[in-house]
Design a protein around this ligand. Structure first.
Ligand code: GCO
Ligand code: MG
Length: 402
């Protein structure tokens, strides 16, 4: 029997910080898993190095489900982003190994293709409406069939999702950047730029918008109602999801579809949202929701309630996560859309990409496993740098959801 011989944790900052797990078997087969939790990276690295790696050595790498149960139930302490990200990394690496041993790309092990490619959306943004419109045009010209639109709220309104450099990167400072937020200014402004996008480019593509947890349920209801004529594909994270029942109130007022899930980690965190049909898209990911094994369980539950998938795919999810997402997306019957922002050039010096982009879609690698390689020598050129996500404050100085 093949055994897990080694498990190494790499922490490097090529463009931004990534934590990567590599598992090596006694037959010399390697598998990679992403363990990146933006702004809290070292906690997951320690969870893996200090608590999980010793449990992996000598175990059978083929028993993926059993390993998941062992790490989840065996911890006694359940759920939470640090635990679930660490379990995800192990699970993803074991699927990578299983694919390599079988000589098949992971999507074949998951049941094969349900579609020709994985439709993705990218991020258009602007410091004002004209620059946002130029950016939307750029993505449509690149062949995207779905675009997310975000613009800076004028004056001191603050904003989420406005790109400064080539790649959008909110975790950019060594201590959290404190940013202003004015809900009323946002509620007045955001519907106008979404309307401007539709006026200029029409309705022949999907238009998305991320509220980023910033509204109360009744404010979100008002927002959803006010953008109905712009026919959004979804409004994302309209209100924080700790209280799943809050979404019922939004639902009572608007038909704008709702997407939730990037900060949620388990099937139990989305159970009520799904079974009560309070959302339309579940955005949980391979890296933060327990790996391929658990994500499929979430997506299968969602399928029973006509909730479709829309996995998170920001730059802080490594190319290993993106590749794993695409292997899952191409197989599940209830796929909706996949987020795709692309990574910085430095990131791609360390990870060999596992996916290809063509005609607004991503395609998985046909190589055995996930099709991503990690170059640890290249990673040494990018030592770890602490970076934090910003914190939002209302105009009276009180902390708001960022
Ligand atoms: C998205 C997200 C991200 C997050 C980031 C936090 O929809 O892509 O909201 O931009 O803010 O992943 O680490
Ligand atoms: Mg989001």
């Amino acid at each position: 029997m093949s055994k897990i011989e080694r498990a190494e944790v790499f922490v490097a900052s090529p463009g931004r910080t990534f934590v990567t797990l590599r598992i090596t078997t006694s037959d010399g087969v390697t598998g990679h898993g992403d363990a990146t939790l933006n702004g809290r990276e070292l906690a997951v690295a320690s969870y893996l190095r200090d608590h999980l790696v010793p449990l992996l050595i000598g175990k059978d790498p083929a028993r993926i489900e059993d390993m998941w149960q062992y790490l989840y139930r065996g911890a006694y302490w359940r759920r939470g982003p640090v635990t679930m990200t660490a379990i995800s990394a192990v699970d993803t690496a074991l699927w990578d190994i299983k694919g390599k041993v079988a000589g098949l790309p992971v999507y074949q092990l998951l049941g094969g293709r349900s579609r020709d490619g994985v439709t993705v959306y990218s991020h258009a943004s602007g410091t004002d409406v004209p620059s946002l419109l130029d950016d939307v045009e750029r993505f449509l010209d690149l062949g995207y069939k779905a675009v997310r639109a975000q613009a800076a709220v004028p004056d001191v309104g603050g904003s989420y999702g406005v790109r400064k450099g080539k790649v959008y990167e909110p975790a950019a400072t060594s201590l959290p950047d404190e940013q202003p937020w004015d809900t009323e200014a946002y509620l007045r402004f955001a519907p106008t730029y979404l309307e401007a996008v539709r006026e200029r480019f029409g309705f022949g593509f999907h238009l998305l918008h991320d509220v980023h947890h910033r509204l109360t349920p009744i404010e979100a209801a008002r927002f959803g109602k006010s953008v109905e004529d712009s026919a959004l594909f979804w409004m994302e994270d309209p209100t924080p999801a700790e209280n799943q029942e809050a979404f019922r109130l939004i639902r009572q007022h608007t038909t704008t579809p709702i997407a939730v899930g990037e900060v949620l980690n388990s099937i139990w965190d989305v159970q009520h949202l799904i079974t009560e049909q309070l959302i339309d898209y579940v955005r949980t990911t391979v890296v933060h929701a327990g790996g391929i094994t658990h994500l499929r369980r979430i997506f299968d539950l969602a399928a029973l309630y006509q909730v479709r998938t829309g996995s998170h795919g920001a730059t802080d999810l490594s190319p290993v996560s993106l590749a794993a997402a695409v292997h899952v997306d191409i197989t599940v019957p209830n796929f909706g859309i996949q987020e795709y922002m692309g990574h910085a050039d430095e990131t791609m010096e360390v990870f060999r990409n596992g996916v290809t982009f063509a005609d607004g879609m991503l395609h998985p690698s046909e190589e055995p496993g996930l099709g991503v390689a990690y170059d640890e020598k290249a990673a040494e050129r990018f030592p770890y740098r602490a970076r934090y996500l910003p914190v939002a404050r209302r105009l009276d100085g009180s902390v708001h959801d960022w």
